[in-house]
Design a protein around this ligand. Structure first.
Ligand SMILES: C[S@@+](CC[C@H](N)C(=O)[O-])C[C@H]1O[C@@H](n2cnc3c(N)ncnc32)[C@H](O)[C@@H]1O
Length: 278
């Protein structure tokens, strides 16, 4: 299965310019740890054979037990090269593998925890999410944990005009929160996700004068410039509602908990814990 990853190759070069909610902050990491502990006490499973969906450095650097074996799976070699060397790891063994979550190069039942940040939205469509959920089910033991921070579309989609008005009025705190609201407003259908080049075109149409935007909002020009990785990009994100997400994973997983952080746009970025059905 080969799909080009130019968006992530470009993102690799500017990763450290991205911030919450695109990357997990300390509050998110605390929610991951609490969700993991809850699953451990419910399941009685205290071992850690972890599949990391991506190379998110904040998740690799979590407070893993010393016997943890962590395998990070990401299909972008550029992201692996740029991000993997950056994080500390307190477990026994950690390694990256360049592969697609829809065809994991792992034996059945070889992991007990799958964890990721925004991984469901990095899959381009609901159909891809169903495929990946089936693969994660295969490599997890029965009762294993799927722990993800989601990026959820609100039940009532915001219009592009509203997001543009809110930004121009200085009512959106960070450029990255704005970028997520823009992408969600441009997405028409979770079955197709949103093409990044279309979001860039919408941004350009509404904000031709970036200097004025920076003045109105207080956003740093270099943060605003991170949107240029979307220019002409055919890559897609897919933003689901919680019901769409739960239905897509339902054949394999049941939801145990949904916890929302308190930061800007946190109501769209919950941490979910799901259990692989027996
Ligand atoms: C973990 S996700 C989300 C990261 C970040 N929170 C965000 O939303 O921008 C990002 C990573 O997923 C990887 N990725 C996307 N689709 C993938 C797939 N089908 N298989 C493996 N890796 C994939 C990308 O290469 C990228 O490194």
């Amino acid at each position: 299965m080969t799909t080009p990853t130019p968006h992530w190759n470009r993102n690799a070069t500017q990763w450290q310019l991205l911030a919450s909610p695109l990357r997990p902050c300390a509050e998110d990491v605390a929610l991951y740890s609490a969700g993991l502990q809850r699953w451990r006490s419910q399941s009685g499973d205290f071992s850690s054979r972890v599949l990391l969906l991506g190379v998110t450095q904040e998740l690799r650097a979590m407070d893993w037990s010393v016997d943890t074996d962590l395998l990070a799976c990401d299909r972008s070699l550029a992201m692996i090269r740029a991000i993997w060397p950056l994080a500390a790891f307190g477990g026994a063994h950690a390694a990256p593998v360049c592969a697609d979550w829809r065809a994991l190069p792992l034996p059945a039942g070889s992991r007990n925890i799958a964890i990721g940040d925004g991984s469901a939205s990095a899959l381009a469509t609901l159909a891809d999410l169903r495929l990946a959920a089936g693969e994660i089910e295969r490599v997890l033991v029965p009762g294993g944990a799927l722990i993800l921070r989601l990026f959820l579309r609100p039940a009532l989609t915001e219009s592009l005009e509203l997001v543009a008005r809110e930004a121009a009025a200085g009512r959106i705190g960070s450029f990255h929160a704005f970028k997520w609201r823009l992408l969600m407003a441009v997405q028409r259908d979770a079955n197709e996700g949103v093409r990044l080049g279309d979001a860039w075109d919408a941004f350009r149409a509404n904000f031709a004068d970036r200097a004025a935007l920076a003045r109105q909002t207080g956003w740093a020009p270099e943060a605003i410039a991170t949107i240029d990785t979307y220019r002409n990009a055919d890559g897609r994100y897919c933003f689901h509602t919680l019901d769409e997400f739960a239905a897509a994973i339902a054949p394999a997983f049941s939801l145990l908990s949904v916890d929302y952080p308190g930061y800007e746009l946190g109501e769209r970025c919950p941490l979910i814990v799901a259990r692989r059905r027996a």
